[in-house]
Every structure is written in structure tokens, then in C-alpha cells.
Design a protein around this ligand. Structure first.
Ligand code: NI
Length: 183
């Protein structure tokens, strides 16, 4: 089932998220719904708060980026109860967008390499290290679990620049090409 994506201004995007215990919710169904939602919206990642759930889960799917970033083409993964355990001092800067912030893309500085500990769809613990664009996608989605969106991380000057756009989204004046929930 395609779920509505919560847009900027919805409190779900700012709430604290809870760890998921195995069996507590139908995680397989949630993942299937989120994957369907992400595919129809043509995004590369989706976090549970973006569908109104304050849970520590996100999915990534790099296939949309496969043409420009061949190493992302098969980057399809579920992250449950993730924890970033290492971040490189070396950073990279790249323009990001977000399905919850339609029409906005801005440069964000992030660590170039990260190590993350997480449970997969079967609740098995894994530890993986990602670099470049994979690390960026993971960190962007991880931010959603912490109640952050990418515009929290842009320069004060750029924040000023996108302020009007953010207000418009929060006021429900922005439309997106996918199913969404707004004020
Ligand atoms: Ni996002």
C-alpha cells in the first residue's frame, strides 16, 4: 500500500523515535509499504517518521541514482534500530533533497565515511561501513530518526534563502507529484 509522505511542518518529522522490538509491529508489512511508497515517489530513502511513525527504521534504495552513481544501483537495504558508531573527519559536500521537502535542494556537508550498526528485516544485527553517496543517503535518513531534516544542516545564509519555501510547505501551499500529507 502506498503511504502518504508527511511534508515539512508535520510534527511527526520532529518527534523522538522509539526502538522497534521484534514482533511489536508487522515490520515486514511496514517495509513492503515503505518500499512501494519510495518507489512511486522515485526517492532514494524513506524513514518511518516520514510516513508518520515515530519508530527507528528507514529504508534506502539507490536504484534511482544508478545512472549517475553505479555503485548505488544495487544499494537496497533496511535499517532497524540503527546507530552510527563511527564518522570520518573527512567530509564531502553535495546537494540533497528530501521527499518531505519538495522543491528544495541545498548543499549539505557530511562525513565522507561512516560505520553503522543496525538490525535487518530479520532483526539480525549487522555492522557496515559506507562511503561517499551511500554514506550520505544513510546519514540523511538517520537524521530523520533524530528529528532532523537536511535544511537544519545548511549554512545560515542558505537557511535564509529557503525560509520562504519552507513556510510555504508548512502552510500547505506546496504540491508534490506523489501521495502526501500536509497541513
Ligand atoms: Ni529526507
Amino acid at each position: 500500500m502506498i503511504l502518504p509522505i508527511y511534508l515539512y511542518g508535520q510534527t511527526a518529522l520532529r518527534r523522538e523515535t522509539e526502538e522497534i522490538e521484534q514482533g511489536e509491529i508487522d515490520v515486514k508489512q511496514l517495509i513492503a509499504d515503505m518500499q512501494e511508497t519510495l518507489t512511486q515517489a522515485e526517492g532514494c530513502g524513506l524513514a518511518a517518521p516520514q510516513v508518520g511513525l515515530s519508530k527507528r527504521l528507514f529504508i534506502v534504495d539507490g536504484s534511482e541514482l544508478g545512472e549517475d552513481y553505479p555503485d548505488c544501483a544495487d544499494f537496497k537495504q533496511v535499517f532497524i534500530n540503527p546507530e552510527i558508531i563511527e564518522e570520518s573527519e573527512e567530509t564531502s559536500t553535495y546537494s540533497e533533497g528530501c521527499l518531505s521537502l519538495p522543491g528544495i535542494s541545498e548543499n549539505v556537508i557530511r562525513p565522507k565515511t561512516i560505520t553503522i550498526r543496525y538490525q535487518d528485516a530479520d532483526f539480525q544485527w549487522n555492522e557496515d561501513t559506507y562511503t561517499d553517496f551511500k554514506a550520505r543517503i544513510v546519514l540523511h535518513e538517520y537524521d530523520h530518526l533524530e528529528g532532523h531534516v537536511f535544511t537544519d544542516r545548511i549554512s545560515p545564509i542558505r537557511k535564509q534563502f529557503v525560509r520562504g519555501k519552507l513556510i510555504n510547505i508548512a502552510k500547505g501551499k506546496t504540491v508534490a507529484r506523489y501521495r502526501y500529507k500536509r497541513n
